[in-house]
Design a protein around this ligand. Structure first.
Ligand code: ZN
Length: 137
């Protein structure tokens, strides 16, 4: 079951550059910067109430964020919904005919279980499902 908007992911060329806007203009606080090698991405999280802003900076020339930036430049990359069970949520979407990027959860920033739904099935928005729940042993 979905519980809230967990975060909004924004692709940027440089976290060092982009954080100046988020910190100085918007007054948000950068909680942490974390590298996610599996996605070839460096992330920076800013909290605002229950929702976070996740800046995504590419760590390599051929990762998914590099491709996104080449295709459409900086901007909103994905919306992430918090679920109490990512695996079940992905299964439900699959049954409903949704095209999945991850059919089973992968480990994302903060050790969260995450999975992406393809924008072709979500009216143009790359959609992430995430949960803090650990994968079944
Ligand atoms: Zn995300």
């Amino acid at each position: 079951m979905l519980q809230k908007i967990d975060h909004i992911g924004i692709a940027v060329h440089s976290i060092a550059q982009a954080r100046i806007f988020y910190e100085q203009t918007l007054g948000l606080h950068c909680e942490r910067i974390e590298e996610v090698p599996s996605q070839q991405v460096r992330t920076a999280f800013f909290s605002l109430g229950e929702t976070k802003i996740e800046l995504l900076e590419p760590m390599s020339e051929d990762g998914p964020i590099t491709k996104f930036l080449q295709r459409q430049g900086e901007g909103v990359h994905h919306i992430a919904y918090r679920s109490n069970n990512t695996a079940a949520q992905l299964e439900k979407a699959k049954k409903a005919g949704c095209r999945l990027i991850n059919t089973t959860p992968i480990t994302g920033a903060g050790g969260k279980q995450i999975g992406f739904l393809h924008p072709k099935s979500t009216h143009g928005v790359l959609t992430e499902i995430c949960s803090t729940q650990h994968p079944p042993e």
